[in-house]
Design a protein around this ligand. Sequence first.
Ligand SMILES: [Zn+2]
Length: 102
Amino acid sequence: MTLEDYEALLERQGHACAICERPYDYLRPLHVDHDHGTSHVRGLLCAGCNTGLGKLGDSVPTLWKAVRYLLGSPPYHTRRWQAAFDEVDPILRVWRRADNEN
Ligand SMILES: [Zn+2]
């Protein structure tokens, strides 16, 4: 990735981390996040988000399970967040079906 590519991506992301939206900081620049299998550049992430994705194996099912886990505990386990919690299991069922088909 060239400096021009980086700056163009930074502009498209609004000069912020693609996940937590922390503003770009010259002292803590955003990391180029890529798919380790294909080398496809997914976006620019702060160190925390980049490390977090890696620690969860860059796995969408694992990340959804983490969402379900957090939604099941305070402060999220409230009526206000119930609709979001109810959305997670159907999404995980889709992933399980996809796993069984492969
Ligand atoms: Zn971030």
